[in-house]
Design a protein around this ligand. Structure first.
Ligand code: G4P
Length: 292
């Protein structure tokens, strides 16, 4: 199976983002903490050239915290400001405002020297589908931040949300789709549910996940299913099917059902906190000794 995903509206989305980016000071890019490379669209770097950048490793509640910290250190070493978060949680908004102010400190200072004091920092949320952009925007709106409305002449037709005292957030996020040629990247995106399931072979995704877990999180499999975890992925799927009563009419193990079950367990965190991407040694060289 070769996973590919080319939505036709990509060009339109790019054009929209190019327009919106002119209006803003900082791009808040959401990535999925479980796959911090595969869920990052490199086009956002091109579009955001020269803007302050904050990367939020969202869904950190589902990722391995040790790995998330290393990824944060990696992105910081590349010049990004970073935060890890669970966008569904209330109370996770103040750190975002604080980080935006930190990332835009130079801009604020420049404004202050020019005598501009109350100009808000303008931010935009961007990222691939399903990383939690709407959840984050909703959390900000729920906190009672009023909509600012149109600003004639400057931001025609745009809605802004007041975010803390100093920030205004564009209410429509920039959506770019994942970009990949590598089949493994496609597998990871599929495993966490960022690619439409209907174009995928669930059995193959489940086998990919089992193989990865056997090598990296062997205990997660043992603890969840209480089965012997040695052997080929298809053998494990059969064991899981029997254990969970996923059987075909003749009593034969239904691996397809077991595959669905396993992928669902992964996506919902029932297999524990799992990172599907670990920082490679080569990339780890870029971060400080104490952060490794
Ligand atoms: P998007 O706008 O970037 O496309 O993503 P959206 O906010 O719609 O979030 C996608 C799903 O991820 C939602 O689940 C949402 O609740 C969940 N989500 C967002 N942030 C977090 C987080 O920090 N941790 C966890 N665990 N989940 C998060 P959903 O509505 O149930 O949709 P689905 O999971 O059934 O697709």
């Amino acid at each position: 199976m070769n996973v590919q995903w080319y939505p036709g509206h990509m060009t339109k989305a790019m054009r929209q983002m190019q327009e919106d980016i002119k209006l803003i000071d900082i791009i808040i890019e959401l990535i999925d903490a479980r796959i911090p490379l595969a869920s990052k669209n490199p086009d956002i770097d091109k579009l955001g050239n020269g803007k302050a950048r904050l990367i939020i490793l969202n869904k950190c509640d589902l990722a391995d915290d040790k790995e998330t910290k290393r990824w944060e250190a990696y992105y910081r070493s590349k010049g990004f400001f970073t935060l890890k978060m669970d966008a569904r949680k209330s109370g996770s908004m103040k750190p975002v405002v604080d980080k935006i102010e930190e990332a835009c400190a130079e801009k604020l200072e420049k404004n202050r020297r020019k005598g501009i004091i109350n100009r808000p920092l303008r931010a935009m949320i961007a990222g691939i589908p399903n990383v939690g952009k709407s959840t984050l925007i909703n959390s900000i709106v729920r906190k009672g931040s009023a909509k600012v409305g149109d600003k004639p002449g400057v931001t025609k037709g745009k809605q802004w949300i007041k975010f803390g005292k100093t920030v205004e957030l564009l209410d429509t996020p920039g959506v770019l789709w994942p970009k990949f040629e590598d089949k493994e990247v496609g597998m990871k995106l599929a495993a966490i549910g960022s690619i439409n399931d209907t174009i995928l072979d669930m059995n193959e995704i489940a086998s990919y996940v089992i193989d990865y877990l056997q090598k990296n999180y062997c205990n997660a499999l043992k603890e969840r299913y209480n089965i012997e975890v040695d052997g080929k992925p298809h053998e494990l799927l059969e064991r899981i099917a029997v254990l969970r009563g996923a059987l075909k009419k003749g009593g034969e193990a239904d691996s397809d059902k077991a595959a669905l079950l396993l992928v669902d367990d992964l996506r919902s965190g029932r297999l524990g906190r799992i990172s599907l991407e670990k920082l490679s040694l080569e990339k780890a060289d870029m971060i400080n000794e104490e952060e490794k």
